[in-house]
Design a protein around this ligand. Structure first.
Ligand code: SAM
Length: 322
């Protein structure tokens, strides 16, 4: 081992080949910093924290499945009797858990398919700012009714086509921390009911969200994927770098022609958006749904009681994923 020279310091070693000065290698490098103002070292940034969870709470959230059985009556139902006027309202309690992982208090959350406000109610419950857009004035009005009933501060909502967010938000300087949304899935939901479902409801009538031609729920699958990409691309203009995009998605029963793993097709399509990286998914298992004896006793037909929560992040331009 070489003996430390007189010129060595806690900041490193002096290189004997250095004929210019007595600096150590590290001191030399710091001197090369064009932005050195008073000789101090640059602050090392270890990254801004994502949320306020403890390490244990963080680890718990990373479990792949969230299973829930929320009440549909009483105080804990969050005015389900009003929200159920929408064909598929999301439980605000579930949205709360997602918001608490992906943002901090005072964070901003966008839902471009707000419906009766599962995301927006969760913002009010957690001290976040929410902004919602929906094609249907009726659903937004129901959301406001729910907020009044629950005595929650209503969040900002806009009626319009989420493919035109740029126009809708003209004059605003929104910068969101999170996009949390549950899009309508093509004409899939509005397909005629068959089998057990038809028996249960006594009708084969489809249940579209609206009759509007701009409703993604009324589009063919091909048009739907293009429209969803448009909405997410528009939304990303208002999302901060390293902000997350969470998209709910339910698969369909496979057919002879297609696997119908809609979540995989959505990921394939959205991965084409520059700087949007897929980071994985969580599964939401909704235990409030009924199990039907589909196929009994002839063939296996699965019950889809779960949905995917697809997780993307907006990466810095030209920046590889860490
Ligand atoms: C699955 S629902 C969202 C439900 C919502 N998460 C909730 O908790 O009520 C999808 C919503 O997207 C809306 N929608 C469909 N096409 C749209 C479009 N082009 N722009 C904005 N909203 C649209 C529908 O009116 C419907 O309320």
């Amino acid at each position: 081992m070489s003996k430390p020279s007189k010129k060595d310091s806690p900041k490193g070693k002096h290189d004997p080949r250095n004929q210019v000065n007595d600096l150590t290698g590290r001191e030399w490098v710091y001197f090369l910093n064009s932005m050195e103002l008073e000789g101090g070292e640059p602050r090392i940034v270890t990254g801004e924290k994502l949320n306020e969870l403890s390490e244990e709470e963080w680890a718990k959230f990373l479990a792949p499945v969230i299973d829930t059985l929320y009440p549909t009556s009483g105080k804990e139902a969050y005015a389900h009797h009003i929200r159920k006027k929408h064909p598929s309202p999301k439980p605000p309690q579930l949205m709360k858990r997602l918001i608490e992982f992906f943002t901090k208090k005072g964070g901003w959350v966008l839902d471009p398919f707000a419906g009766v406000g599962g995301t927006l109610l969760a913002c009010s419950m957690t001290g976040r700012y929410g902004v919602g857009v929906d094609l249907s004035a009726e659903y937004l009005e129901l959301y406001e009714q729910v907020s009044r009933e629950l005595n929650l501060e209503p969040q900002k909502v806009y009626q319009g086509d989420a493919r035109r967010l740029g126009e809708i938000f003209r004059g605003e300087d929104y910068l969101f921390d999170l996009i949390l949304t549950d899009p309508p899935y093509g004409d899939m939901l509005s397909r005629k009911r068959t089998g057990e479902r038809k028996k249960k409801t006594g009708s084969d009538a489809p249940t579209p969200f609206t009759d509007h031609r701009d409703d993604l729920g009324n589009m063919s699958p091909e048009a739907f994927y293009g429209a969803l990409e448009e909405v997410i691309t528009e939304s990303l203009r208002f999302l901060k770098v390293k902000g997350y995009v969470l998209i709910f998605c339910k698969d369909m029963q496979p057919t002879a022609e297609h696997h119908n793993m809609i979540h995989a097709d959505v990921v394939n399509r959205l991965m084409q958006i520059p700087n949007l990286r897929f980071r994985g998914y969580k599964i939401w298992y909704d235990k409030s749904l009924n199990l039907y004896p589909f196929g009994y006793p002839y063939a296996y037909v699965s019950n889809q009681l779960h949905q995917f929560i697809l997780i993307f992040r907006k990466e810095p331009s030209d920046h590889p994923m860490p």
